[in-house]
Design a protein around this ligand. Structure first.
Ligand SMILES: Cc1cc2nc3c(=O)[nH]c(=O)nc-3n(C[C@H](O)[C@H](O)[C@H](O)COP(=O)(O)OP(=O)(O)OC[C@H]3O[C@@H](n4cnc5c(N)ncnc54)[C@H](O)[C@@H]3O)c2cc1C
Length: 430
């Protein structure tokens, strides 16, 4: 059992760690460093925030307990999907007046990723094309409603609705009965994106420290972010540790719950198989609450993932858990070799709205994307950077949302979340 301050490397059996462009080795934090802004945690939230701030001329320190992209950001399904979890509740609270702003915001993370990959020449196998698939009739109706919404907003990028036959022909499985293809969503190698963005931030002067777990913050007009061998003193601090951090418990305990999601990676598939199961090379995601998701890697492996547990404990065998799920969709993959298996922690928030806010005037936090974070982290990073610069409008749309913190220990919280998930699992079956 590892404690929260034990420094770790990327998971051994992760496809992403095995195919990373750059093995990062930023120094540990030693002594005192003085900057405008200190960001804690170098996943997408932390890196995107640091990069946005650096682009705007701030001096920034980015302090990571393990390695850049070590958490969910370097382990996820790599599906770049527009939207922010819980957005309809944000709109409900703030009214129709913000509807257009929120509609634009849901695409902002995609914009940022596409722009940065091009601007900084980040090699991360970025590919446009995503299909959300229905397994129930009511989900087909939801897809049709979504397509109508896209049309109504004059969505400038191509999209198409697939019926049962088209879905079966394009995805080589009878399990799905409809789909909506979006050509402005897509997929990528998340660890290479995260490391590439960190490299870009470093190029703009961001001081990056790895293997430097933050142990606490001394609050004050210039808060001090402490590690075992050093500290950063800054005008403002951003906490971006998501499901992995335990800082500021008084304010943040039991706000975000860790939920495990797991992925297996097959051997490279033959051209015939690829042509049969995913000729358009799309990211694929089910519409269920408890969902499975998959895509092909650049070297044509099936990366098949799903959300498995809410206990925070890794299954004894990820392969044994995930393989039957993959074979259920693709019996034709029976016998393929599984080369990789890994998992990571998603930060779940009870009301599903990202938890964005301030502990006091100069300590911000930004976490809890409920499994939908590649796009949302980039949006939230920009909103936090805006707030630091004094523009609160979009930040406050989220910061004003009420979040319920479960009383008691995190263990009790996780049991309640597990019960909630049982409810969603039953609902998925209806
Ligand atoms: C298996 C899996 C599949 C997923 N698939 C998708 C997908 O396909 N599409 C999608 O949109 N989303 C997906 N997600 C969700 C997405 O990955 C997350 O929402 C997103 O990466 C969160 O980014 P983050 O930077 O907030 O957190 P993380 O990436 O978890 O980063 C937090 C970082 O903070 C560091 N940290 C924690 N405590 C400290 C401390 N005390 N001091 C210093 N550093 C600290 C950690 O070491 C870690 O590196 C998936 C998640 C998982 C786990």
């Amino acid at each position: 059992m590892k404690n929260q301050y034990q420094k770790q490397e990327h998971p051994e059996k992760s496809y992403y760690a095995a195919t990373v462009n750059e093995v990062t080795d930023y120094p540990g934090l030693e002594g005192t460093v003085s900057v405008d802004i200190c960001v804690v945690g170098a996943g997408f939230t932390g890196v995107a925030t640091a990069l946005t701030l650096a682009e705007r001329g701030y001096s920034v320190a980015l302090v990571e307990a393990n390695r850049v992209g070590w958490g969910a950001s370097g382990r996820n399904g790599g599906q770049l999907i527009n939207g922010i979890s819980g957005l309809h509740k944000v709109q409900k609270k703030h009214g129709e007046g913000v509807a257009d702003m929120l509609w634009d915001l849901r695409w902002r993370g995609n914009d940022i990723v596409y722009e940065r990959v091009a601007k900084y020449g980040i090699e991360c196998d970025l590919k446009k094309g995503y299909v959300e698939v229905a397994v129930k009739q009511r989900q087909v109706r939801e897809l049709e409603e979504y397509a109508a919404e896209l049309k109504q907003h004059n969505h400038p990028h191509p999209f198409e609705v697939w019926d049962r036959e088209k879905t079966r022909d394009m995805l080589g499985t009878k399990q799905f009965i409809g789909g909506l293809v979006s050509h402005y969503d897509g997929h990528l190698h998340p660890l290479n994106l995260c490391i590439g963005e960190a490299r870009a931030a470093h190029g703009l002067g961001v001081k990056i420290f790895e293997q430097s777990p933050v142990t606490g913050i001394d609050h004050g007009p210039r808060p001090k972010v402490k590690t075992a061998r050093g500290q950063v003193d800054a005008a403002a601090v951003v906490l971006a540790g998501n499901a992995y951090h335990h800082l500021e418990q008084k304010h943040l305990s039991n706000l975000t719950f860790p939920a495990g999601s797991y992925i297996i990676g097959t051997e490279p598939l033959s051209e015939e198989t690829v042509a049969q199961i995913n000729p358009m090379d799309l990211a694929v995601c089910e519409m269920n609450n408890i969902l499975d998701y998959y895509r092909l890697s650049a070297d044509k492996r099936m990366l098949y993932g799903g959300r498995c547990n809410y206990s925070g404990r890794e299954p004894t065998s990820i392969k044994a858990t995930m393989l039957p799920r993959m074979l259920d969709i693709y019996p034709q993959l029976k016998g393929v070799r599984i080369d990789y298996e890994w998992g990571g922690m998603i930060g779940i928030v009870l009301n599903r709205i990202p938890a964005l806010g301030r502990i006091n005037d100069n300590v911000y936090y930004c976490q809890g994307y409920s499994g939908h974070g590649v796009n949302a982290t980039h949006i939230m990073g920009e909103l936090v950077a805006d707030a630091i610069g004094g523009t609160m409008e979009k930040f406050d749309l989220f910061a004003d949302m009420k979040h319920f913190r479960l009383p008691g220990s995190q263990w009790i919280g996780n049991q309640i979340i597990a019960l909630g998930m049982l409810y969603f699992r039953l609902k998925d079956k209806l």
